[in-house]
Write a new protein. Structure first.
Length: 393
């Protein structure tokens, strides 16, 4: 397990079409969603009690039971079918059915049934994008008002239903917009991280091509020359072979230096890269302006790798809005150390060490350092890396 576990169901879910919130990804999430939906349905107890105690005829009760059942089914289609895209035409048709049922049942059975219009407004705010719901929510509220004046004593109920209908509908529209933005932001963060990884691979491929292209071309040319000279001029062929050996040795040195450069990042470079990555991901970055210069190469490399891993996890997994990086020398019982702390205000992460943290622990222990990582309070995640000052490489 990595520092934080990426939820593929959340980061890869598309927002095309119209979805009401986020499809539940587990049995627990299904139960939680069903529970909250059930709380909303509690307000239907008013028309249910009216059916039981309202003194209606058998025909009126039958109409009420069938109409209320159809209303609940249509409402649940909009609220619970979160895994299937619902397009505006189908949503508008379902909302039309809900509005018609609310109107007919209110006119036929009385003022207690006006509460159904609140469900019409709320479901329209939840199921439709802003360009539609800005009109449908007021329209449902207006229909509620018109119907209330046609129902005996309906205006007395209108006072208690007008505000929940209007504000509830717009509140659900805001929640829907927030969820949609959250999904888009999650996908954008994943895209930024993927683009950064692709750019790093392209840079490495380009550098290795430029590094080895000349050497390999020279080796090929001298090999051909040595092959042609070998029968008649073995001494000249031997010189070509010696040149090939020298070119190969130099190419090997160049490759080792290039690979060493990739495996040993520097703190100034990682601080600049962290600022760029965090800014691109929409995270407010609070980083030091410069890195200390008294660190040895391997010690600096261990801290740089720690910074890179921590910032990568902030960008890809945390959903944070702010990331703070501190880098300072401090005194401990074991002696002076350089301490790197990376803290975010995101969703936190698991305390168990995964592959990324295990690799960092090994790098830090190799230079006598330590690593501590885990949730920071109620929200956020903190990584703290310490390396001794003045340790030998």
């Amino acid at each position: 397990m990595a520092v934080t576990v990426e939820d593929d169901a959340d980061t890869t879910r598309k927002t095309g079409g119209i979805r009401i919130g986020i499809p539940p990804g587990s049995r627990r999430q299904h139960l939680v969603k069903l529970f909250w939906t059930g709380l909303w349905l509690f307000y239907l107890s008013v028309p249910v009690l009216d059916l039981v105690r309202g003194g209606h005829s058998a025909a009126a009760r039958t109409l009420g039971v069938l109409g209320l059942a159809a209303f609940v089914v249509a409402y649940l289609i909009l609220v619970l079918r979160t895994g299937t895209p619902l397009f505006p035409g189908r949503v508008m048709l379902t909302l039309g059915v809900l509005a018609a049922l609310a109107t007919v049942l209110s006119l036929a059975l009385g003022r207690e049934w006006l509460v159904l219009f609140v469900y019409v407004a709320i479901s329209s705010g939840a199921a439709l994008p802003a360009e539609y719901s800005r009109w449908t929510v007021p329209a449902a509220t207006a229909l509620l008002s018109a119907t209330a004046f046609l129902v005996p004593d309906g205006e007395h109920y209108l006072v208690g239903l007008l505000l929940p209908s209007l504000m509830g509908g717009f509140a659900m529209a805001g929640v829907r917009a927030m969820l949609r933005t959250t999904l888009e932001l999650s996908e954008a963060r994943a895209t930024v991280a993927q683009l950064a990884a692709n750019e790093e691979r392209l840079r490495m491929a380009r550098d290795l091509h430029d590094l080895l292209g000349h050497s390999l071309s020279l080796i090929t040319l001298k090999s051909e020359l040595a092959g042609r000279m070998l029968p008649d001029h073995p001494d000249r062929a031997a010189r070509q072979v010696a040149d090939i050996e020298q070119v190969c040795r130099q190419a090997l040195v160049d490759v080792r230096e290039a690979v060493s450069g990739y495996r040993r990042p520097t703190l100034p470079g990682e601080l600049a890269g962290a600022r760029t990555a965090l800014t691109a991901a929409g995270v407010t970055a609070d980083l030091p302006t410069e890195a200390p210069g008294e660190l040895q190469e391997e010690t600096e490399s261990a801290l740089a790798w720690s910074l890179r891993e921590a910032v990568t996890n902030v960008v890809r997994h945390s959903g944070a809005k702010r990331c703070t990086v501190t880098l300072e020398a401090c005194q401990t019982l074991a002696g002076p150390v350089m301490e790197l702390t990376v803290r975010d205000d995101g969703a936190g992460g698991p305390s168990a060490h995964g592959n990324g943290l295990t690799g960092l622990t090994e790098r830090l222990e190799a230079v006598g350092g330590t690593l501590a990582a885990g949730p920071a309070g109620r929200t956020g995640f903190r990584l703290r890396a310490r390396v001794p000052l003045g340790s030998s490489s």
